[in-house]
Each structure stands twice: as C-alpha cells, then as structure tokens.
Design a protein around this ligand. Structure first.
Ligand code: DAT
Ligand code: MG
Length: 150
C-alpha cells in the first residue's frame, strides 16, 4: 500500500469545491486514513515546497498555499501515487485533460486546485509533515475493500 498527501488548495476551498474533490478520490477507491481543515503556516509551506526553493515561482507558491485554509488528506491504496496524480491531472490545468480535477475546474498553473505527492517516498515524508501519528487511522478496513483491492 502506498500513501499520498492530498492538499485541497486555497482556491478550491474558497470556490466551494472541497466536497467535489474529496468525492473524486473516494470514488477512485483510495482509502482515507487522515483528513483535516487547517491553515498552513509559513514554515510548513516552505518545508513542503523545499524542492522548489530555487525556482522563480517559489515565493508565489508559498504565498498561495498560506493565503487561506486548506483541507489535507492522507490516502492509502495500491498505486496511490500514480492513481491520485491521474485523478488530479497535469501541473498546468490548461494542459490537463477533461475528467481530471485540474482539467475540469482550472485554467492557470498558479491556481491548480490540488496537490498530490509525486513518489512513494515523498508520500510518506509529506504525510508525516502534515499529520501526527495519532491523527492517522491506518489500520481500518472497509467492507468494500475486497471489491477494490484484489
Ligand atoms: P505538481 O503540483 O503537478 O506536482 P510540481 O511539483 O512540478 O507540480 O510543482 C509544484 C507547484 O508549483 C505546481 O502545482 C504549480 C507550481 N509550478 C510548477 N511549475 C511552475 C511554473 N513553471 N510556473 C509557475 N508555477 C509552477
Ligand atoms: Mg509536485
């Protein structure tokens, strides 16, 4: 089982798309193991986007993610990273296919609605950055699991 950190970013929360976005991951079959509504601090934002520190858009990226509350989710599943990124779509919403979150609701790269981890290693690291152990319920099972996981 892989883990991914999903962030429903400030624009999506402000636009009332939180439920719509959660629904898409839930119906994909990914199992929720943590979820909360929170304000990201400047320190956490800089840590989360540390790999982009040298990029010209770093300051805008950090300002955007701290600009208003977000909903964060830790999701678990087989191929959770690849599956979630498929549901999210391409980084630039203008290039993202219809049927993806970014392709259905976005136009610009700096307002791309949702974050998903890009590797199993980063999924573990990012989930640990946003959730304490006692905020995660990783051992639970759904009655539908055997219809989703072979
Ligand atoms: P993703 O969010 O699809 O994983 P990423 O990790 O490459 O994309 O970049 C993180 C965020 O940074 C992305 O969601 C939007 C922003 N970003 C990436 N490339 C950019 C660019 N060329 N110009 C402006 N913002 C960019
Ligand atoms: Mg990324």
């Amino acid at each position: 089982m892989e883990r991914t950190l999903i962030i429903v970013k400030p624009d999506a929360v402000q636009r009332g798309l939180t439920g719509e976005i959660i629904k898409r991951f839930e119906q994909r079959g990914l199992r929720i193991i943590g979820m909360k509504f929170m304000q990201v601090s400047q320190d956490l934002a800089e840590k989360h986007y540390d790999v982009h520190r040298e990029r010209p858009f770093f300051n805008d990226l950090v300002s955007y993610i701290v600009s208003s509350p977000v909903v964060v989710m830790a999701l678990e599943g087989t191929s959770a990273i690849q599956a979630a990124r498929g549901t999210i779509g391409a980084t630039n919403p203008a290039e993202s296919g219809a049927g993806t979150i970014r392709g259905d609701f976005g136009l610009e790269i700096g307002r791309n609605l949702v974050h998903g981890s890009d590797s199993p290693e980063n999924g573990e690291i990012e989930v640990a950055n946003f959730f304490t152990d006692d905020e995660l319920i990783s051992g639970w099972n759904r009655n539908t699991d055997s219809w989703i996981f072979e």
